[in-house]
Write a protein that binds this ligand. Structure first.
Ligand code: PMP
Length: 421
């Protein structure tokens, strides 16, 4: 090569976003349910898995299975390498500073319980301290703090929402006081689809030196997350909502905070030395990963991240936004249908009720047409209470859904209406 030429690193070409080809990557989408092609619109509960995730997990059990971090034999080293590679993929995917900041857990729920338990044990709270959450939290970001409050007399302060399902930001600012120890809010609501103004929340909380935990269980699949840009102190999510397996999730935390926190569980793999007089603990991330972890889960999550990274996230967001807009417009044509959650900034989650028809009936009837939606309170009872409904029906869209599927949902709902006269 002419040494005057500057070598330009090749940009990795992204895969063209072609929904039919994407659908072919997900074997379950080829099956029928109740004699009809499956229309899977329950992605906010869990997403389907591409073949590559399934293959990577089978490959691990077929060729690499061994316990990690322990044996000095070939397979153990191979398994350790695959598991730690997955951690690196997560670190790069969310742009954490280091792999030490990526703790593998069971899911978003366990991540929040880990923080709550460790903060409590570490004496981070005193009686009367407060944690700020929103009216639209998942139970996973309410109950762990209530359990903690039974030990420490801690209060939850709740940011109210408006009728669109958006937080009232001025009220958030009013809730902050010198008693506030943590702001813990959902990034994207699973019940309403609302995307919260997390940059502003972090900015305001940090002005008062209050750390921020973001529950990214829903956001992680719709948007490219950059924890350094967000500057949040914790970010949690579950692998199974990101086209990965169940039983694996991530707690991201800033290293200096994680370092100051005591371990969550004790046991093998998280220690440096153990004797009966006491033990010393390993460095991050291992300090928080006691016992044999979900090795195959980590590997599956790494494969899911690789799968997603073939695409430009802009294409994913555009596709999902188009589906949301199309479905919103279409469903509103149905007399008596009311959309719950109409925030300006919204992810592809569509909750609704139909006058005089219980959501459970809606779900059960359209299931007979092979259409899977979720009905219930979506683990957000306080949100349901605010909207004065016991439950909603919810369609949530993913990378592989199509407008034809929205049409089938529409037709299915018309049939429900007809059945109820
Ligand atoms: N937070 C939100 C916003 C969620 O949607 C969910 C799952 N529905 C969770 C937390 C809990 O996730 P997991 O059950 O995977 O731990």
């Amino acid at each position: 090569m002419n040494n005057l030429m500057i070598e330009v690193p090749e940009m990795e070409a992204k895969r063209i976003f072609e929904v039919e080809k994407i659908r072919a990557d997900f074997p379950i989408l080829q099956r029928e349910v109740n004699g009809k092609p499956l229309v899977y619109l329950d992605n906010a509960a869990t997403t389907q898995k591409p073949q590559t995730v399934i293959d990577n997990m089978i490959h691990y059990y077929t060729f690499e299975n061994a316990n990690i971090h322990r044996g000095l034999h070939f397979l153990s080293e191979l398994a350790t390498e695959s598991y730690e590679k997955a951690r690196l993929k997560v670190k790069e995917h969310i742009n954490a500073m280091s792999v030490a900041e990526i703790i593998f857990v069971r899911g978003a729920t366990e991540a929040i319980n880990l923080i709550a338990t460790s903060f409590c044990r570490g004496g981070f709270y005193k009686a009367g301290d407060e944690i700020i959450v929103t009216q639209m939290e998942h139970h996973a970001n309410i109950v762990p703090w209530q359990i903690l409050s039974q030990k420490k007399d801690i209060k939850l302060r709740v940011i109210p929402i408006n009728e669109k399902g958006e937080i009232i930001f001025e009220e958030f600012e009013k809730l902050i006081s010198d008693k506030t120890k943590l702001v813990s809010v959902v990034h994207t609501s699973n019940a309403l689809g609302t995307i919260n103004p997390v940059y502003d929340i972090v900015r305001v909380a940090h002005k008062h030196n209050i750390p921020v935990l973001l529950d990214g269980a829903q956001a992680i699949v719709h948007n490219k997350i950059d924890v350094q840009k967000l500057d949040c102190d914790f970010y949690v999510f579950s692998g199974h909502k990101l086209y990965g397996p169940t039983g694996i999730g991530v707690l991201y935390g800033k290293a200096h905070i994680l370092n100051s926190m005591p371990p969550y569980q004790g046991g093998g793999d998280m220690i440096r030395t153990v004797c009966f007089e006491g033990s010393t603990f390993d460095d991050l991330p291992h300090k928080f990963e006691a016992g044999t972890p979900n090795i195959v889960g980590g590997i599956g999550l790494g494969a899911a991240i690789d799968y997603l990274n073939q695409f430009d996230f802009e294409d994913i967001s555009r596709h999902e936004k188009e589906l949301l807009n199309y479905a919103t417009q279409k469903l509103q044509e149905i007399p008596g249908l009311k959309i719950i959650g109409t925030a300006e900034n919204k992810a592809s989650v569509l909750s609704f009720t139909i006058k005089d028809i219980h959501p459970y009936d809606i779900g059960t009837i359209i299931d007979t047409h092979g259409i899977a939606i979720r009905t219930g309170h979506h683990c957000t009872q306080p949100t349901m209470k605010y909207f004065n409904v016991p439950a909603t029906a919810r369609a949530s869209f993913a990378i592989y859904n199509t407008k034809q599927e929205v049409d089938k949902l529409f037709a299915g709902l018309l049939k429900v209406k007809k059945m109820f006269g």
